[in-house]
Design a protein. Structure first.
Length: 523
């Protein structure tokens, strides 16, 4: 008995020792080695705020604790890097990442896709596959650009072109009407949550069939955090699940012990895994019962030679990638229009000139043609996407061979990301980057000319909200159209108030991973 206890104690001691060695390795050795390596290069920014174990998470946590958007430090001038910086080393979790900062570095990165640099192989490195990417295992997003992966991507991108998505305009308006009638009955509206339900509804209709909930009573089993089971309709299911997966992927244990992503033996990983499987069953049930021949599922499975094991995760990832991103940004649009009444007034005037008047019959009056006529509307949407992008970085890229960017050697296996927020709000390309000013996108405006005079000249690489290159966001056209239609619809069909504490906070932001959960009053 004593022997057995002694053996057990030894095993525990060895395990503890292994844990200490592992933490020392990932929390100290790896980051310090990377920092020493890249500090030699003048054009690589290596943050001075690094803390062993926490990596570069400190400024994000400091912002969150001070009631600012989690990325607010990147917008502040004291954190801006000089014009000579091409790359930035940042570590959030176990892997040091090189952020591609300058236009030159971005161009060099893009020129090497897919020969030397390509999408990180998440399906191979399963432990690094968290959140949505884990749920949609086997989807095209998780793999580098092989011929087959590019064919699958191209096929989907075709269905997300302007011509194709314009046909879905009535779906978008009907879903917006459904949401508005629901919100008007509520005293206080959790706006991002409600819009996410709406963007989910749009995507489920487009992807799997408009008749997905014919009787309005289909519900699916969902395991909640306390272990109890609840039954949710498919849109609520997706919203809740997506939120929990986003939390799971930023959970410090996921970041430091990526093995959690594959074992799924303890909660919340175990529960999320189970709910993920139920989600697939729910979607298969919808597909089996849909008569909608125009759904993306129907079209792809009829005309292409892709297998169901390819199509289903590919559509699943569209749903997961396209709901919260669009909803977060529409929260920004509504927020900024309330904060700047003169912008809203100018927008209302433009909409009225295009026959979209308060209380009008939206299905009749909001058309793709007259939406395209509204330049100021387009600039309002562009500006909210610039100043408050839903994602701070692109998805991960990997160097598949030794290479270099802007003279900096990049070893095979290095993880690279296109930075978004650093570029969208930098002081070299943008005049007053933290001011919400739609006119900065209008080449005929005074603000644009003023920017030009001060040599703040934006170009396509200054705007990175949807990424760049062959693996940039294929949902950009749909998302932008949704945002324009939502804006035109909601501001002409409702009045709303935003809590004063949120309105007066000049450091707010609604991107994914943020803490703000604004409450609106709708009437
Ligand atoms: C405002 C809304 C949206 C924003 C800001 C956004 C932004 C992004 C960004 C930054 C990326 C990473 C690009 C890269 O790694 O280079 C991305 C990828 C992606 N997005 Fe979006 N997105 C939005 C909406 C959507 C929608 C509506 C869909 C689908 C219907 C979608 C589907 C995808 C997919 C599938 C990828 C991965 C592409 C690939 O790996 O080839 N997104 N998005």
């Amino acid at each position: 008995m004593v022997d057995l206890l002694w053996i057990l104690l030894k095993i525990i001691l060895y395990l503890l020792l292994a844990l200490v060695v592992y933490i020392g390795y990932i929390g100290f050795y790896i980051p310090i080695k990377a920092r020493r390596k890249y500090s030699q290069f003048k054009n690589v920014h290596v943050s001075q705020k690094f803390i062993p174990l926490l990596g570069d998470a400190g400024p994000y946590l400091e912002d969150t604790n001070n009631n600012r958007a989690h990325y607010d430090h990147k917008r502040r001038i004291e954190h801006q890097m000089g014009p000579d910086i091409d790359l930035k080393l940042e570590q959030l979790g176990t892997t040091p990442m090189l952020l591609v900062i300058s236009h030159k570095a971005l161009k060099e990165l893009l020129s090497q896709i897919p020969t030397k640099i390509d999408r990180f192989n998440f399906d191979k490195h399963k432990a690094k596959r968290s959140g949505f990417l884990k749920t949609a295992a086997g989807c095209f997003v998780n793999s580098p650009s092989t011929k087959r992966i590019l064919e699958r991507r191209k096929n989907l991108a075709k269905m997300l072109s302007l011509r194709s998505v314009s046909k879905h305009l009535p779906i978008i308006i009907k879903c917006a009407e459904f949401l508005l009638s629901k919100m008007k009955k509520q005293k206080e509206v959790n706006i991002t949550e409600e819009i996410t339900l709406c963007t989910n509804r749009i995507l489920v209709s487009i992807l799997f069939g408009q008749d997905f909930d014919k009787k309005g009573e289909d519900s699916y089993e969902y395991v909640q955090a306390d272990g109890t089971i609840t039954y949710l309709d498919i849109c609520s299911y997706f919203s809740k699940f997506a939120l929990e997966m986003a939390e799971e992927s930023t959970n410090p244990l996921t970041l430091f012990f990526p093995i959690m992503n594959i074992t799924n033996v303890v909660n919340p990983w175990k529960r999320n895994h189970k709910n993920g499987q139920s989600l697939y069953r729910a979607v298969k049930h919808i597909i089996a019962n849909s008569q909608d021949e125009d759904s993306m599922w129907s079209k792809i499975s009829k005309v292409s030679d892709f297998t169901d094991q390819e199509i289903l995760p590919d559509l699943m990832i569209l749903l997961l990638a396209g709901s919260e991103t669009t909803a977060d940004n529409f929260t920004s649009v509504l927020y900024y229009l309330k904060k700047y009444p003169d912008v809203k007034a100018k927008l209302m005037k433009e909409l009225e000139e295009n026959d979209i008047t308060p209380g009008c019959n939206a299905l009749e009056k909001i058309t793709v043609e007259n939406i395209q006529e509204c330049d100021y509307l387009s600039n309002v949407v562009k500006e909210s996407l610039r100043i408050d992008p839903p994602l701070l970085f692109s998805l991960s890229y990997e160097a598949y061979a030794d290479t270099e960017i802007c003279g900096v050697p990049i070893e095979k296996g290095t993880v690279l990301l296109q930075t978004i927020i650093d570029s969208n709000t930098n002081h070299s390309d943008w005049l007053e980057p933290n001011v919400f000013e739609p006119e900065r996108h209008n080449p005929e405006s005074e603000f644009y000319n003023e920017s030009k005079k001060k040599e703040k000249i934006q170009n396509v690489y200054s705007r990175r909200t949807f990424g760049h290159g062959p693996r940039s966001c294929p949902g950009m056209i749909l998302a932008t159209l949704e945002l324009k239609i939502f804006t035109a619809y909601f501001i002409t069909q409702m009045e709303y108030d935003v809590a004063e504490e949120d309105l007066s906070n000049d450091h707010i932001g609604f991107g994914i991973g943020g803490k703000f959960n604004p409450k609106f009053k709708i009437y």
